[in-house]
Design a protein around this ligand. Structure first.
Ligand code: NAD
Length: 447
């Protein structure tokens, strides 16, 4: 299931032809490999106004062995990343410094480079002028993401006062190859305690992770990435998928638990299994999902009900049961729910699916405060066009259009969704709670 057009556009003959015809040239994205450096080139770090995160950002880069160059360096070396601490902007006039720093730096950004801006929340601003300047950064970053080429991405972290400790984990994610298909996103952080001493290569070491729908597709990829990052994975899927589930579990040294998550006793059976085998659980990924597409006027209950049951009600019931099960959900627990771009943009023929996926977003937002009280988090990931067996069966034209209408001009891979979910499951992602992170290459749908 490769991307024939991307491969052609990056071949000798293809790249010349594509350039002559003025066609898009989707890049081969830099994806995380164990042991890979955080960046492939040096970084520059700028500030606009009196920023408060400059030192924090420099420390993350130095700890990862990334050389930091002064913004005015002119040796011509391609940059791995351009970071801007814009927490000091107080009015639109300060944005001139943002432009002044970014314009020359972006000219030097290398392939799959990263632009990361850190700003204060507009809602906490001291004046309308400051709120305007902070909000302006959102428009700027989303536009920069659309201007970048060669697999480079731009994202914005919104950091309220007091949330400084929550910054390093998200900065590492957005600079790394783990965020290859996350582009044009705005991620607000909250102030919280962040455990120290995470192993960069095995950040989930010692954690027990449940992944539903793990027999194939995105779920199998999540299970693999979680295991690679050190977690003991309990893969869950329907009995009919038992064979493939067992294969995935064996491959990653995890265990398989056959369960229809919509069964009336599903949550209690899962809880009993986790208590008996593992004594508790640290990470729960609600990934299992189904589609039963039809225009609303032609949709019967046989299409509406199962989609709601699998995609939304099971996530609600299981999460509530886990919260109620005394001591089962361990301190620092992470729940990650798979939503969809359809739940944000809507999609013709998918009223049931889009409703269920939008419901997931409402659910994580509503539950975030209760999770924060336990030192835990709950977030959603909304994939865009992901190249899977499902999308491979789409008509050629629909598939081509669907996969190209984003800033990276290509579909994402299951591993891109898996990497984002694994990141949200890390201890150092403690400051991300109640958020929706899109893994869509900055899709133009629902933006
Ligand atoms: N593929 C995409 O482009 C895309 C885009 C956006 C969102 N998503 C979401 O990502 C998730 C995974 O999608 P996928 O493409 O890998 O789908 P998939 O159909 O390949 O895999 C889904 C898995 O869930 C399992 N499952 C279904 N009902 C279940 C139940 N009642 N109990 C237990 N397991 C059950 C299936 O057996 C299957 O193994 C879904 O929630 C989907 O809605 C996918």
């Amino acid at each position: 299931m490769g991307d024939w057009y991307r491969d052609f556009a990056n071949s000798g003959v293809g790249s010349t032809l594509v350039e002559q015809l003025g066609l898009p040239r989707p890049a081969v994205l830099r994806r995380h490999e164990p042991g890979a450096p955080l960046l492939t080139g040096p970084a520059v770090v700028g500030t606009a106004g009196e920023g408060r995160l400059h030192e924090t950002v420099i420390r993350v880069l130095e700890d990862a062995g990334v050389p930091v160059q002064p913004p005015a360096a002119t040796d011509g070396e391609r940059l791995g990343a351009v970071l801007l601490d814009a927490t000091g902007v107080t009015s639109p006039a300060d944005l001139a410094a943002v432009h002044e720093f970014l314009a020359p730096a972006l000219r030097r950004l290398g392939p799959s480079g990263r632009v990361l801006v850190l700003a204060g929340p507009p809602s906490d601003a001291g004046s309308p002028a400051q709120a305007a300047a902070r909000q302006a950064l959102e428009g700027l970053v989303r536009s920069v993401a659309k201007e970048l080429r060669n697999g480079a991405t731009a994202n914005l972290l919104v950091v309220p006062a007091g949330a400084e400790a929550a910054v390093p984990g998200p900065v590492r994610f957005f600079l790394s190859g783990r965020s290859a298909y996350v582009d044009g996103q705005v991620v607000p952080l909250t102030a919280t305690d962040v455990p120290a001493g995470e192993d960069a290569e095995r950040p989930l070491a010692g954690k027990v992770a449940v992944v539903t729908g793990a027999a194939r597709g995105i779920g199998a990829s999540i299970a693999r990435v979680m295991a690679r990052d050190g977690a003991s994975v309990v893969g869950v899927d329907v009995p009919a998928a038992g064979q493939s589930l067992a294969e995935v579990a064996n491959e990653i040294g995890g265990t398989a638990f056959q369960l229809d998550i919509t069964a009336p006793d599903a949550a209690q059976r899962l809880i009993a299994h986790l208590r008996e085998r593992h004594g508790g659980v640290d990470i729960v990924v609600h990934n299992a999902g189904i589609t039963r597409d039809k225009l609303l006027v032609n949709m019967d209950a046989a299409r509406w009900n199962p989609v709601m049951a699998v995609n939304l009600q099971a996530q609600l019931d299981t999460t509530q049961a886990l919260l109620d099960a005394d001591g089962l959900l361990r301190t620092g627990a992470r729940v990650v729910c798979v939503s969809s771009q359809s739940g944000i943009a809507g999609n013709r023929g998918q009223t049931n699916y889009a409703a269920s996926k939008a419901g997931v977003i409402g659910m994580v937002r509503a539950w975030a405060p209760a999770f924060a009280e336990r030192g835990a988090t709950i977030n959603a990931v909304a994939p865009g066009f992901i190249v899977t067996e499902m999308t491979a069966t789409m008509p050629f034209g629909t598939r081509e259009v669907g996969s190209r209408i984003n800033s990276l001009q290509q579909g994402g891979l299951p591993v891109d969704v898996a990497e984002t979910i694994a990141w949200l499951s890390q201890p150092s992602a403690a400051g991300v709670n109640g958020q929706v992170v899109r893994v869509c290459g900055q899709s133009f749908l629902g933006a």
